[in-house]
Design a protein around this ligand. Sequence first.
Ligand SMILES: Nc1ncnc2c1ncn2[C@@H]1O[C@H](COP(=O)(O)OP(=O)(O)O)[C@@H](O)[C@H]1O
Ligand SMILES: [Mg+2]
Length: 353
Amino acid sequence: MHSDDHILEYAGAFRLVRKIAQGGMATVYEAEQLGPAGFAKRVALKVIHPHYAKEKTWLQLFIDEAKLSANLVHGNIVQIYHLGEVEGQFYITMEYIKGPTLRSMIERHRELDRLIPTTIAAYIVSRVCRALDFAHNFAGPDGHRLDIVHRDVSPNNIMATWDGHIKLADFGIAKATTSVDPMDKSPMLMMGKKHYMSPEQILALEVDGRSDVFAMGVVLYELLTLEPLFFEDATELLIDEVTWRPLPNIREKVPSVPKAIDEVLMASLDRDPAHRPSAATMGKALDRWCEAQSVVATPDRLQEHLAALFPSTYQPSTASGEVTRFSNFQHGLRRNGHDPRGWLGRLLHRMRA
Ligand SMILES: Nc1ncnc2c1ncn2[C@@H]1O[C@H](COP(=O)(O)OP(=O)(O)O)[C@@H](O)[C@H]1O
Ligand SMILES: [Mg+2]
């Protein structure tokens, strides 16, 4: 455990439960935020490394972005609860997500040498598109769009809850991280997930929501093939790869990818942002395809998939032995003689009488 992070415990605000991960910019803990009379709420606590917080420009950008994203409350977005500071130690508390990142889902599938079912991949991406659409069009209290861009849509920042819901994490945080690097004062720098950047982002041009749509396409490609779309390590070569080299034909690599999905993918990966769909259009196209399938993707389906994929770590929030299915619920009602359709039918009958 990073010794400085104990300041937060000494301040009496938190109990650190376990360290989840230590990255370049921050350490993430599972923690309990403490209140009076034994009140405790489970949160994810992201503690910013001190050398970042000491860099004024970086800190200002970071705080500005956190303030912008603070009110993004949406079912597919990891909610930020608080940005705080104790003795110069900056931290963010956010919704604690019990479940794997897409990165670990992809890795697990690679280990098993089994593709992710297209319905599951399409479902996941469609949910992230909803999160992006919400953020891209989010308006401040005065009704003006805030033009929020995620900037770091990548498999590490997309998580699944064990009960089958998809959450996009770290809104806006990337702006500070990709604009100012306190460890290296070079003007053109790229940290983090450069392999998911759009052409305009990797060229350090102006970005808007359409940049996130490109990144979403890069993630979709990887979900369907289990291979990264862009892999060059040297930044100059990666720029070539992202900005102009011909993209691989996904159906040559994975023939089972349906044509409709390939079309959505290629549209999102257009090098020209003006030709890309909005996040909403991309999400709806995936939804339309999903709805036409015999096995429709739902949170239940994803939950079952995760239970089979991670048998030793799977731990849903409820202790129920079976996946909660709304359809089972209806069956149960019918079996007990409370057929909701019968009830509605009787009501309509009585109204007509
Ligand atoms: N809200 C959260 N709830 C649970 N785990 C989280 C949450 N946010 C991040 N994590 C975990 O912490 C890890 C590190 O997160 P982060 O510091 O954002 O770096 P990165 O996104 O590059 O992985 C993530 O990969 C994930 O496993
Ligand atoms: Mg992250």
